[in-house]
Design a protein around this ligand. Sequence first.
Ligand code: ZN
Length: 214
Amino acid sequence: MRRGWVKASSKPNRLIQTLLFALLLSPTAQAFQVQHGGLSVSYSDPRDRLQLGTVFKAWDAAARDLKALGLPPPTQVRIEAASSAADFARRTAEPANIAASTQGAVISTQRLTALALSGRLPLTIRHEAFHTAQPAGIPRWLAEGLARTFSGEAASDPQGPTGLSRLSSDALSEELLGRNPTRLAAAYVEAARRTGQLVKRRGWKEVIKELGKL
Ligand SMILES: [Zn+2]
């Protein structure tokens, strides 16, 4: 009788324990969430809280600059910071050297503290802000090049040849979409070089106006 009772009560307990454990291990489990206007940020590493001020400041400046260009970001955007590099890879299937990835109005990033330590946090937020606001359907090389020019990342690009200057625009887009970790960095530099020249020649407003017609 007693044995039967113990068995009957331990089963649901085990089930609850298993569910709790699964929730803790779930790649989508986020321990913390904060709201800043239309921007929500969720993160798992409590130390990431120290980076929220930097994130908000970079986001606000990017949103203001994008709006001035006639490209306001969506009113609701979510930043989901991974708990580790492995967590980021699991969520996005991106190569390890990628800082963030945006799908619509959802920005997935590496752990905020990791981005801050490598000096990439404000530029990454600004880069991804551009992606949330860019016109739908623009070619990948243009989207990445403009995001890197807008963010300021392109300003510290290496000056030497990328080895990709002869690629057509379509081939460059394919190179970026291929996500080959050893060639991706050069493809980003090449895309930024081409869009940088475009922006220099035509000006941001004119380029953005043309994008709307693509
Ligand atoms: Zn990008």
